[in-house]
Design a binder for this molecule. Structure first.
Ligand code: G4P
Length: 528
């Protein structure tokens, strides 16, 4: 008999949504929250037109540009499960954030625009999911529009994303003639009623594609069409296999329209059944099972200014084992110190409420006063370090210059703190007093500039700098490292986390230095 703790862990479903921008991630998130009773009326999460703000739309810049910069966490109960949904930024300039968020989930929901099929960003994000064989649910959206041939879209998913498709629901009609979805497994028609986009829609079901009710609803022609289509689909696709799904080689596929709120519940009902409960996590020492009673977790995201009223920084932690309880002591393993956590937080539809307890699979937010970095591990005493939470070498570099030279201290503090959040990286050359900012995407520079102004009252400008790429330097031979440091000093810097980096003016320069120092490692990603 499983203990109550084990049962609670088994109830958790922690996932993220991947999609190309505009496929409908925000809209579907809103509907999921509606079904989870986390919001009363869909539209409170996002409504550019009504002026209501998205839970994750906290930054002015985000509103202005209509992109999601931040990652936030939404927890809601559904049926007998507790669902944790981790929001992922859709814009590719924030891809690093998204990749790291994907290390904190157990499974993923992929949303595809039925009119567009597989798009760019989805391909990249799927590559990231594949690294860890993350199980994937698929929702093909926008059936209330004239979309592409569905079988063609499934084919595209199979060939481009290299994953087998097992359709579970199939759309009946599309655009104005959208009538609902047909469940291929249970032979049930779920009937679409328009005008229920903002509420939990009626659950009207017809059992049997060949029933009198189906005939009455759809008419003879449509029923025959559907029967033919379903036969074709069954012949052309796979039957769902739970093991293959859990191994990341097959995806169950659902159709619907997030905007008109149909097909989402039909997907969610299966999601909470099939999606994996918290999975074991790898550390440098051993694998940690989620049912282990001793607490452990890692930081995958640091974010400032979630709520303009609270100007602090929050470190998001994925709990990997045990339970967090208010006031408990945790060991911060990187610095080897015990710290007391009195006030971890959770975020639910914009409200920040104190959680008393969180267990494996849950996410908690720790107030960060500068000691917590992305990748940090916390335990109940054991010296562990969770692995696989990467920092990527930036591709773009700028020198930061102050408009008012007297504000150097604020600038340094601001840049340091913003780099701890992991969106941008700070490099301080060992031979001069420059501050060099590195980013994976151009937009990050704008965000830093704006946040320095708003949060640190510092006006800065950017100047070009002759840095092409950065590599983290490792060498086990300390004498050789010292030698290298002396000879390569002009191109060495310390990053925001205190790590030694080589900042290469050109790719050619990097190759040359690598050839010259074969014993020194130049890494493109940094892991704790
Ligand atoms: P994203 O987070 O993946 O970027 O997508 P988001 O949900 O913001 O949706 C992008 C656009 O697609 C939005 O329209 C949204 O209303 C629309 N959309 C989402 N789901 C459906 C659907 O099932 N059917 C149809 N027809 N449209 C859908 P927008 O005009 O860009 O934004 P808004 O002004 O409506 O907020």
């Amino acid at each position: 008999m499983a203990s109550q703790f084990q049962q609670e862990v088994g109830r958790r479903r922690t996932f993220g949504i991947i999609s190309h921008p505009d496929a409908g991630k925000t809209t579907i998130t809103e509907k999921l929250l509606l079904f989870g009773n986390a919001i009363q009326l869909a539209g409170t999460v996002k409504g550019k037109k009504t002026g209501r703000m998205a839970t994750s739309d906290w930054m002015q810049m985000e509103q202005e540009r209509g992109i999601s910069i931040t990652t936030s966490v939404m927890q809601f109960p559904y049926r007998d499960r507790m669902v944790n949904l981790l929001d992922t930024p859709g814009h590719e300039d924030f891809s690093e954030d998204t990749y790291r968020t994907l290390t904190a989930v157990d499974s993923v929901l992929m949303v595809i625009d039925g009119a567009k099929g597989v798009e760019d960003r989805t391909i990249k994000l799927m590559d990231v999911c594949r690294l860890r064989d993350t199980p994937i649910f698929t929702f093909i959206n926008k059936m209330d529009r004239e979309v592409r041939d569905h079988i063609e879209v499934l084919d595209e998913i199979e060939t481009i994303l290299k994953i087998k498709c097992a359709p579970v629901t199939w759309p009946i009609g599309m655009g104005k003639a959208f009538k609902g979805v047909y469940n291929l497994v249970t032979d049930t028609i779920h009937v679409f009623k328009p005008g229920q986009a903002s509420i939990v829609p009626d659950d009207v079901q017809i059992q049997g594609i060949e029933s009198a009710e189906a005939l009455a609803l759809l008419g003879e022609e449509l029923v025959e069409e559907l029967i033919d289509e379903v036969e074709l689909v069954r012949g052309a696709s796979y039957e769902f296999d739970l093991d293959e799904y859990l191994a990341g080689t097959m995806t169950p596929v659902f159709f619907g329209t997030a905007l008109s709120n149909f097909g989402v519940r039909e997907m969610l009902n299966y999601f909470v059944e099939w999606a994996p409960a918290p999975i074991p996590r790898q550390t440098n020492e051993r694998e940690v099972p989620p049912t282990e009673e001793k607490f452990s977790g890692f930081i995958f995201k640091i974010q400032a200014n979630m709520d303009p009223k609270h100007r602090d920084r929050i470190a998001f932690m994925r709990v990997c084992s045990g339970a967090y309880t208010r006031g408990m002591k945790m060991k911060h393993t990187r610095i080897g110190k015990d710290i007391k956590i009195a006030d971890a937080v959770t975020f639910l539809a914009g409200d920040r409420s104190a959680v008393e307890e969180a267990i494996s699979g849950d996410i908690i937010g720790l107030h960060n006063h500068g000691t917590i970095q992305i990748g940090d591990t916390f335990t109940e005493g054991e010296n562990l370090q969770f692995t696989g939470i990467p920092h990527f070498a930036p591709e773009l570099f700028k020198r930061v210059r102050l408009k008012d030279p007297l504000k150097m201290k604020q600038l340094q503090k601001g840049l340091q703190q913003l780099s701890e959040e992991g969106a941008t990286q700070l490099f301080m050359p060992v031979n001069n007093n420059d501050l060099i900012l590195g980013a994976v995407g151009v937009l990050q520079f704008d965000v830093v500039q704006q946040r320095l102004r708003d949060e640190y009252k510092v006006e800065c400008i950017y100047e070009p700098v002759s840095v092409n790429t950065a590599r983290w330097v490792y060498c086990t031979d300390s004498k050789m490292l010292e030698d290298f440091k002396r000879k390569a000093a002009d191109n060495l810097a310390i990053d925001g986390g205190g790590y030694l980096t080589y900042i290469a003016p050109t790719r050619v320069n990097l190759s040359l230095i690598q050839e010259r120092w074969p014993e020194v490692e130049f890494r493109a990603t940094r892991e704790h």
